[in-house]
Design a protein around this ligand. Sequence first.
Ligand code: THU
Length: 165
Amino acid sequence: MYTFINSEMKKEYLGLEYIIFDNIIELEKKDQELVNSAIEASKRAYAPYSNFHVGAAVRLSNNMIIQGNNQENAAYPSGLCAERVTLFYAHSAYPNETIETIAIYANNIEETYKEIVTPCGACRQVMAEFQTAQNKPLRVILLSPELRGIILPSVNMLLPFQFEL
Ligand code: THU
């Protein structure tokens, strides 16, 4: 792809590392527990319109795990993704704790979905702001229904050049 650049300009490279795993049994016990909480939460999703059940679980610095799932509504835009339900709940109940890790799992009712779920833009923005506010990386674990997945060491990976005020 052609992009104009002259000698006064500079090119920068943004390199980001992440970890890939084939099964959650490879994860440390703490993360396995978190992932299992996200899976469990997905089973309680209220998703009668999409039939796409998403669960999220966050581990806080006090070691608590908070779970959430997507909550839909007949007025579609009124619904909310699992990630934001979970993050907003965790932050409203425990505003002084750091959010260490979020695990996200999704499956559809027909069980045809095979992908590693990746959060929507709005959820990335919310994760990014909480990460900035706590001044500590928020790790992200993304899973496929068959329990392969990736670990992102921080939200920067999902949202470089985040909007901030
Ligand atoms: N959804 C989530 O909860 N998280 C995601 O990362 C992707 C999408 C929800 C929103 C809606 O309830 C359903 O999945 C289909 O988009």
